[in-house]
Design a protein around this ligand. Sequence first.
Ligand code: ADP
Ligand code: MG
Length: 290
Amino acid sequence: ATPTALLAATGRGAELGVLVRGPEVLESLRRIDTVVLDKTGTLTSGHMELTETVTAPGESADEVLLLAGAVEHHSEHPIGRAVAAAARRRCGPELPRTTGFAATPGDGVHGTVCGRSVRIRRPGDPTALPPALRDALNRAESDGRTAVVVELDGRAAAVLLVGDRLRPGSYRAVHRLRGLGLETVLLTGDRPGAARAVAGQLGITEVHADASPERKAEVVAGLRAAGRVVAVVGDGVNDAVALASADLGIALDSGTDAAIGAAGLTLMRGDIEAVVDAVRLARRTLATIR
Ligand code: ADP
Ligand code: MG
């Protein structure tokens, strides 16, 4: 009866919007006691909006946005999509051509546009920035927005502030996971302010911010070393290492191929509440087998 029950459960999973890679995934699902959740694009919608462009003295907001948008046009990150969309709205549909585009997961992007070297990335040391940009970073930190720095030819030219919303199912998902006795942890490459804003709305108390993709994997390894059985839910290239190092990796099907490839479970329909249904299904199925 075992293989039949597992097969039936896999089919039931598909009906619930959960694609299970193999029968062993159900066993992992039954055993997990901790769910680590990525922030951007997982707990939040990933449909970010550029809400403010703050320039350094002598820089033109139009020019900065045009150059940044041209580079971000090649990025699949939610921040990149927001910046490119804002640039098109402001400057017209045709963005200038970018050469030498490169993305560093969890850090940012760069390329050459109109002969200028353009980099958009996570903020480093704020004290190195002009006061106007430093103020913008501080504001983002206190109101929970995400801030990135635009560098033109190696000089900080602007700070872009972007906002996001929670996914509709995030609140219920977190609370139902806790109802099943699972610990929830928020893990993000974003700054502590943006991380705290999301964690606060969801009642998540364990928060790891400023985490590079490698650091994300280290956090997961640390939890496992402490005896926890860990699932990681993520959507991005920056989550692939953490997904692969978890007891169970769970990817959103709206995410990147790297994340989906590293996962045992894929959530169809972008509904993270389906994780809860999958855990319940695994517990029910395997309880009847043994
Ligand atoms: P999360 O862990 O919340 O999903 P990421 O690891 O994807 O966040 O990104 C971490 C940080 O790296 C972002 O907050 C941003 O500062 C920077 N970053 C990543 N991709 C980009 C991009 N395309 N443009 C600008 N900044 C980026
Ligand atoms: Mg993400």
